[in-house]
Unconditional design. Structure first.
Ligand SMILES: Cc1ncc(C[n+]2csc(CCOP(=O)(O)OP(=O)(O)O)c2C)c(N)n1
Ligand SMILES: Cc1ncc(C[n+]2csc(CCOP(=O)(O)OP(=O)(O)O)c2C)c(N)n1
Ligand SMILES: [Mg+2]
Ligand SMILES: [Mg+2]
Lengths: 315, 329, 315, 329
């Protein structure tokens, strides 16, 4: 447990530091454009990562940096992408909210709410015919549950018994609106269940719970086929986008969120288990060191290549 | 500040127009994602929920339900004003505009109507991704039954919203978010709602006629000013209404400017509304020189600002292309 | 009961005769274009009709003739519409699959699967603000349950507690495909329930059951607000469209459907209750007489007015 | 029947092309509403499910899921061929074409691709309602990243489908259901897949160049034959591919036919793809006379056949308008 939690803390801090550095790079004007951070939501990607193997396909949203990192995409080309560098995973064409790194099974973020869900179904469908039986996973927010495409995708996957993991990160907010005010029945797992999809709501701030659940579901999906739905309860500690003043949130809510957030919880659990404060802090420091180095390298790289800007529209 | 005027930026102008419509027309409703309590993701609808209560409300992320319910409410006598946060998001629910709203009056022979307004904004802004950068006015212009406007100034933003809400047709009003927080201007707010349509002559000169709409109008005017400074003044016609489109004003001007026409928009060039404008001039026989179309070449929009800037027409490119046109014949 | 059932039989026969005559008019080439008949599904509209009052709004699908008739639209202008006559409810502009008669609270058919559902939500929303508190009802097939817009509309109505009746006519078929093969969980009422909408599946071939249920739900919706969902199990005795050879259906299925269909059942129940065969047959004859007269008048009317074909695009 | 030919109607040609692609390319899939067991609502996909098993399947009525899953499967190396039963139904799911499929190659710099084919059909047929009658090719032509074709003959239906399936871009192939059961023709089926693009000269004559695509091509050819019979032969260029569009062939022909150009399509005139064709000629400076655009006037399509016929260009109207053009200059 201790080993695992230390590893999880390490993985979560890599994401956290990446996101905090990104926030700083927004502030300095180096990263331009809309950026959606996953600060506070790191336990999901970290816990889920182990369930994926080569050939699996993961689709995320604009809030997807953490999932890209968890899937193994190196930090420097991620920073490069955010910074609009030629060395970015998409040479600067994707940007923070629409990047992809297919070599790592990261099929991409998506800036259209819900749109990744049918695409993941298609990736699983492909796997049925290419001999891979790949697992496809798609991550989306709880607000996306009200988007028609998500309903269609879930039914399609259920009907075809395709191995698709629907991972719903419930951070309670749809941009500036509380999602619970936008539904009558707050139990979102009732929806996939109604379509015949096994569904569960779990503590999305505990990487161990996430790991166990997703591994189980992934295994089941690979064996029998058939989709599954996992709702991760979590919170974002920052605005919907960088620059969001969050006037819609109370101090109390944010304080409570800070108590729940996964890194503080993991650190506290480790301390309780007798890990020295210095050891815990070293994790943070190591993550930051790696992040700073990656960011510096990305900043030093050449800008996106304007000379090829018209290429790759067509085959 | 004289009576009947206010000093506002573009976003304030839209807000004032919505305020006026909600106050004057009890049959109006205003809703969309984040528009009520939070006052809109761009702050445009701030204060309206507090003032007008449950006629202003937030919705789930359900564009088909937003647009479809607006159509249904309009059929029953309301005047819903709804927001699609980015024009790109219309694409998950275009059915309700093209297959539903646009058909209602025609198919029922006028027994049913759908007087709704959809507010949206579009175009590229610094670092925006390909799914948040498109200019889709041509889709709406190709759909008979819909009205379409793309203002670029606080006064037009105000006037067009008021006219749109009073109009008995479904109207799509397309802003550009880069305009929302421009400089404040004094605008007149006490005129009765104008009929929809019309255009503005923004610059005059015999060199050519430039036709444009939306945010890029400002670059076109800059380009025209450069050309004038270089001794070749041109005419700039801004057509904030694309449907109805002020064809007469364009044709007259082209005839007066040596049959030289340039059209500038931020949308992709191929099959953009610019083609329609050029063809109207060609059909009318007023072109004397090959026309110039300036738009985004047919690519997607990359996120890196330098890449996007290489594609989206800038003042320089516009001025250079039009200078070439003026030099012909 | 007997009185009511006789009245129901009368109402059902009016629809059946209208549809059979329409079928004949397709055969003779008088009605041109795609036509979707509701033969076998008459108990739904007949049973539901009583729940609606002036000011309520009903939205249907391309298979909506029966609902228009039940709502009170006279037969002659309906035939006129199908025949492309100037006297048609839409002067020939709507046709069989997209007609409307707002004066009767019939806000129209819709030829886009599912698209009527958000529109009905809007009609109810209007009613919240115009002082009418109108009930809005929308009818769609069970196949439409897989369309994203229907999911969005149900959630929207639930969240706003709007008085919308979602009426799902389950005739088992989505065009030429069995809907049960297109879902994993065949219990479709689980879907609205998951959204917090009370939902029930009832015998849609019994007008009394339909009446009772819809009246109850309508009353509840009017009083407390909030949508409700009623699934009517039924069957179509004919093809998806006129001309559909139905090679996808077995003889046994059709035979079973004929045993279940509402008119035969009502007639049998009346016979059992002691009503004379002649009396029962007179109902059929009267319906046919009315239908023939309406059709003849419509056939004699002048064709759609070409001179105004460009009018009413805009205000 | 010579080796390598078959005698089929249009629908049979599409079926044969699909058969060939499914047989030759194991990475193909074919799915959509009613396409498998029932063989398609128009019978076009008959027999394919029996032959190819679970690579051919029926789907729920879920256009977003159909298109979106095709995009996802294509990203992972499949070549899905999916059906949208009527082009009008694209509008509930256009996001997956415009915001997703069209962006994938460009944004990933070619690391990801989306080689899918969407089969659909569009246009008016006798008595069809306004929601089943639209011609939406301009929407796709205005979306860089998508390829678009509208065949009108069995041979083209066959060739274009084969080329589309082999093409590494997302392709929309738009049929017209009134063509499906036309007369049988002998078509060649043993050629290797051709590159996408190209056009056909269907008639030649110096009077004018008529450019057209899709089902209305047959009316245009009829009109040209009437004109020829009246002593004014014209050139007819059919451009079954709209993207890529054979601009060169059009420009050359316009230059050879006195700078007289007429474009004919069944889509609404305003902002239709016809405007694009005219503008390309205007930009190239080959127009010598005001061009003629023939399309549906900007209305919706009414169901009554007499009403629709008053709007959709018929042979007579086409011949008359082009006769007027030929008479100029
Ligand atoms: C179809 C569509 N509608 C609206 C938006 C605007 N939008 C972007 S993020 C967002 C909120 C999404 O909330 P949720 O799904 O909970 O994800 P979170 O941002 O909380 O991770 C909205 C409304 C969009 N991008 N796409
Ligand atoms: C969005 C959309 N997709 C597909 C169609 C084609 N279509 C028309 S009816 C139909 C089947 C509908 O089945 P169901 O909802 O059960 O209604 P039923 O016809 O059985 O009354 C389909 C697929 C359509 N009209 N609209
Ligand atoms: Mg959220
Ligand atoms: Mg059905």
């Amino acid at each position: 447990m201790r080993e695992q939690l230390m590893a999880d803390l390490r993985a979560m801090w890599r994401i956290r530091a990446f996101e905090e550095k990104t926030q700083a790079l927004c502030g300095s004007g180096d990263v331009r454009g809309s950026v959606h951070l996953c600060i506070g939501q790191e336990a999901g990607p970290v816990g889920a990562a182990e369930a994926f193997t080569d050939g699996d396909a993961l689709f995320a949203t604009y809030r997807g940096h953490g999932w890209a990192i968890a899937r193994g995409v190196p930090l420097e080309p991620l920073f490069g992408e955010l910074l609009g560098r030629a060395s970015g995973v998409n040479g600067g064409r994707g940007g923070s909210a629409y990047l992809s790194a297919p070599e790592y099974g990261f099929l991409g973020e998506n800036s259209i709410v819900g749109a990744g869900t049918p695409m993941a179904v298609g990736a699983a469908l492909a796997g049925r015919h290419d001999g891979s039986s790949r697992l496809a996973a798609v991550v989306f927010g709880e607000g996306a549950m009200n988007q028609g495409a998500v309903h269609e995708a879930m039914n399609f996957a259920a009907m075809m018994a395709l191995p698709v993991l629907f991972i719903c990160e419930n951070n309670r907010w749809s941009e500036l609106t509380l999602t619970r005010d936008m539904v009558r029945n707050p139990s979102l797992t009732d929806r996939p269940k109604a379509l015949g999809i096994p569904a569960i709501r779990i503590d999305g701030n505990d990487p161990a719970t996430v790991r166990e659940t997703i591994l189980d579901f992934a295994e089941a999906a690979r064996e029998d086929g058939g989709p599954a739905f996992v709702e991760l309860t979590t919170q974002r500690l920052v605005g919907h986008y960088v620059g969001d003043a969050q006037q819609y949130r109370t101090r109390e809510e944010l304080a409570e969120d800070r108590r729940q957030e996964p890194i503080a919880r993991a650190a506290a659990a480790l301390a309780e288990a007798g890990v020295a404060a210095a050891e815990i802090d070293a994790v943070r420091a190591a993550a930051w060191a790696e992040v700073e180095q990656a960011a510096a390298a990305a900043l030093a790289a050449s800008p996106a290549d304007v000379s090829t800007v018209r290429e790759h529209v067509y085959a | 500040m004289p009576e009947g005027t206010i000093t506002v930026n573009y976003s304030g102008a839209v807000n004032a127009a919505l305020w006026r419509c909600l106050a004057e027309l009890p049959e109006t409703l205003l809703y969309g994602e984040d528009v009520a309590k939070p006052g809109g993701v761009h702050g445009v609808t701030r204060g309206l929920w507090k003032e007008f209560g449950d006629r202003v409300f937030d919705t789930p992320i359900s564009e088909s339900a937003i647009l479809g319910s607006a159509v249904g409410a309009a059929m029953m006598g309301r005047r819903p004003i709804v927001e699609i946060m980015w024009a790109d998001f219309f694409l998950v629910a275009l059915d309700q505009m093209v297959n539903q709203a646009a058909n209602i009056r025609y198919v029922s022979g006028g027994r049913l109507t759908a007087p709704l307004v959809v507010r949206t904004q579009q175009g590229n802004s610094l670092g925006a991704c390909a799914q948040h950068s498109q200019n889709l006015e041509a889709f709406f212009c190709h759909t008979p039954g819909l009205r379409v406007a793309m203002p670029s100034t606080p006064q037009d933003a105000y006037d067009i919203m008021v006219s749109a809400v009073h109009c008995d047709d479904p109207v799509v009003v397309i802003d550009n978010r880069t305009l929302y927080f421009g400089e404040k201007q004094e605008i007149v707010t006490d005129r009765p709602p104008a009929a929809i349509g019309g255009s503005h002559v923004r610059r005059t000169g015999p060199g050519a006629t430039m036709v444009t709409w939306g945010a890029i109008t400002h670059r076109v005017i800059e380009a025209a000013d450069r050309l004038a400074a270089n001794g070749t003044p041109v005419t700039v016609i801004e057509t904030p209404w694309l449907n109805p489109f002020d064809t007469d004003a364009v044709l007259e001007s082209v005839a007066k400017t040596g049959g030289r026409l340039a059209v500038v928009h931020e949308a992709n060039t191929t099959a953009g509304f610019g083609a329609e404008v050029v063809v109207r001039a060609a059909e009318a026989g007023v072109l004397r020189q090959p026309p110039v179309r300036i738009g985004v070449p047919d690519t997607r929009i990359p996120a890196a600002p330098e890449l996007a800037a290489a594609l989206i027409p800038g003042t320089e490119r516009i001025a250079a292309e039009v200078a070439g046109l003026v030099a012909t014949g």
